[in-house]
Design a binder for this molecule. Structure first.
Ligand code: ATP
Ligand code: MG
Length: 424
C-alpha cells in the first residue's frame, strides 16, 4: 500500500471505536474504585509554563533534559506539553490555596507527552491515570494509596507484582550519592553511554538502567537501604508492617529509584514480565518536598501514575479484548418514501434504549450487505408495500428466529424475540 500523504505524528496513536470501548470500560471501573476512596477528579491544562516542569521534575532528569515538547507561545513565553501530571496538579492546588489545613485527594486521567524513542509500550503521546494524596505524611497514607493501586489493577483483572523501596530524605540521599559515586567512578568505562553521561548528574539512575552490563554493576553497588536516616527507616518498616496487615504481597527492590527527582522515602512500582522490556504498568512515590518547592505550604504528599496503554495491553494479554457491543437492530429503507417512517421508528426505539442503525434508501441487495456488515442481531427492511399495509419481516441475522407483522407493531415484535428495552 502506498504511504498516505497525511500521517499522525510518530509515537502518537489514533484510537478507533474497537479500541475506545475497552478504554471506556476501564475508566468506568476506575472511577468506581476511586469513589470508594473518596478521591475526586481534578482537570488541569495540558500545557503549562516550561519553568514549572523544570522546577518540579528536576533539571537533571531525562524528562527535562531531552523528552519535553517545549515551544514558544506567540508572545514568546516558553510553554511545554505536560510530560506528567503531578507538577500541574500541585501548581493548581497551590495557586488556588487548596492546601492550607486540608488534605485533598485527587485523581486525573488524560494524555501526557514525552519525546522518547517510540516502541511497544512507549509512545510520545500516552495516557495516565494518576492519584495524589496531599497533606498526609505518615506511612498509613503510603499503605492506603498502595492498596488503592492494588484495587485498581484488580478491577481491571490484571495481575502484576508490587515492588517497593525507600529513597530516604534529600540529605540521606545526598550522602549516599557520594558513596555510590565512589563505587561507580572506577567502573565508569564499563557503563553504557547513557549511564556514563548521567553518572555525575544523577548516579542513582544508573541503578535502574535496563542495560545488562549496567545491571550487573548495580548488583554489587552499596545499597541506599543500608544508608537511610533513622526516620526514613522507621517509616519504611511501618509501611511494610501495614502492607503485611493488608495482605498485599510485595518485594523490597533496592534498585528501584524512579526517574523523577522529587521523590522522598517511599517509591513503588507494579511490574509484569508479560510486556517485554516496558513492564512497569504503575509507578509512584512520596514527594514531601515538592509542594514547598513550588511555593506552597510545607505539605507532605504521595501519588502514583498508571500507564493506560500498558495496562490495556496487559489486560488484552491476560483476559482477551472486551467484545464490542453489537447493534440490536438494522433497519433499511428500500425507497425514498419509506425513509421518514423508518427514521421515526428508529428514533422511537432509541428513546427506549434499543441500539439501532439505519441505512438507505438503497436496493435490496445493497441493504442486505450493509445489514451483514453492521453485525446487528436483527434486521428489517421497509418498502412502499409495507407502508401500505403489507407485513414486515424481522429476522435474526445469525439464527433462524423471526417475526412477521404490521410495521407499527415492530416494537412488540422485537420484544417477542427477546430484545431488551432498557428505557421502557
Ligand atoms: P519508564 O521507566 O517505563 O520510562 P517512567 O519512570 O518514565 O517509566 P513515570 O513517569 O513514573 O514513568 O510514569 C508512570 C507510568 O506511565 C509508567 O509506569 C508507564 O506505565 C507509563 N509511561 C511512562 N512513559 C510512557 C511512555 N512513553 N509511553 C507509554 N507509557 C508510559
Ligand atoms: Mg521514562
Amino acid at each position: 500500500m502506498a504511504k498516505p500523504v497525511l500521517q499522525a505524528v510518530r509515537g502518537m496513536n489514533d484510537l478507533f471505536p474497537e479500541d475506545t470501548f475497552s478504554w471506556q470500560l476501564l475508566e468506568e471501573q476506575f472511577r468506581e474504585v476511586l469513589a470508594c476512596y473518596d478521591v475526586g477528579e481534578i482537570r488541569v491544562p495540558l500545557v503549562e509554563h516550561t519553568d514549572l516542569f523544570a522546577r518540579a521534575i528536576g533539571d537533571v532528569t531525562d524528562i527535562v533534559q531531552k523528552e519535553m515538547y517545549t515551544f514558544p507561545d506567540r508572545n514568546g513565553e516558553s510553554l511545554t506539553l505536560r510530560p506528567e501530571g503531578t507538577a500541574g496538579v500541585v501548581r493548581a492546588l497551590v495557586e488556588h490555596g487548596s492546601l492550607r489545613g486540608k488534605t485533598p485527594r485527587v485523581y486525573y486521567m488524560g494524555p501526557m507527552f514525552r519525546h522518547e524513542r517510540p516502541q511497544k509500550g512507549r509512545y510520545r503521546q500516552f495516557h495516565q491515570l494518576g492519584v495524589e494524596y496531599l497533606g498526609m505524611g505518615q506511612a498509613a497514607a503510603d499503605a492506603e494509596i498502595i492498596a488503592l493501586s492494588a484495587r485498581l489493577l484488580k478491577s481491571a483483572s490484571v495481575s502484576a507484582d508490587l515492588q517497593i523501596n525507600s529513597l530516604g530524605t534529600p540529605a540521606s540521599r545526598a550522602s549516599y550519592r557520594e558513596i555510590l559515586l565512589a563505587y561507580l567512578r572506577p567502573q565508569a568505562e564499563s557503563l553504557c553511554a547513557d549511564c556514563q553521561s548521567r553518572l555525575e548528574r544523577n548516579p542513582l539512575r544508573v541503578l535502574d538502567c535496563k542495560v545488562e552490563n549496567c545491571q550487573q554493576i548495580s548488583t554489587g553497588a552499596p545499597r541506599l537501604s543500608d544508608h537511610l536516616d533513622p526516620e526514613s527507616e522507621q517509616h519504611f518498616l511501618q509501611l511494610q508492617h501495614l502492607l503485611d496487615a493488608l495482605q498485599i504481597p510485595y518485594t523490597v527492590n533496592p534498585a528501584l529509584v524512579r526517574g523523577l527527582d522529587y521523590y522522598h522515602r517511599t517509591v513503588f512500582e507494579w511490574v509484569t514480565g508479560a510486556l517485554g522490556s516496558q513492564g512497569t504498568v504503575l509507578a509512584g512515590g512520596r514527594y514531601d518536598g515538592l509542594v514547598a518547592q513550588l511555593g506552597g505550604p510545607d505539605t507532605p504528599a504521595i501519588g502514583f501514575a498508571l500507564g493506560m496503554e500498558r495496562l490495556l495491553a496487559l489486560q488484552a494479554l491476560q483476559n482477551g479484548m472486551a467484545p464490542l457491543p453489537v447493534p440490536d437492530l438494522f433497519m433499511g429503507a428500500l425507497e425514498e418514501e419509506s425513509v421518514a417512517s423508518l427514521l421515526q421508528m428508529a428514533e422511537d426505539l432509541r428513546s427506549r434504549g434499543v441500539r439501532t442503525v439505519t441505512a438507505g434508501p438503497a436496493g435490496f441487495r445493497a441493504l442486505l450487505r450493509q445489514a451483514e456488515r453492521s453485525a446487528s442481531r436483527y434486521q428489517v427492511l421497509l418498502g412502499r408495500s409495507q407502508l401500505q399495509g403489507d407485513t414486515v419481516l424481522l429476522k435474526e441475522q445469525l439464527g433462524n428466529r423471526q417475526w412477521e407483522g404490521p410495521w407499527r407493531d415492530l416494537p412488540s415484535g422485537l420484544a417477542a424475540l427477546g430484545v431488551d428495552f432498557p428505557n421502557a
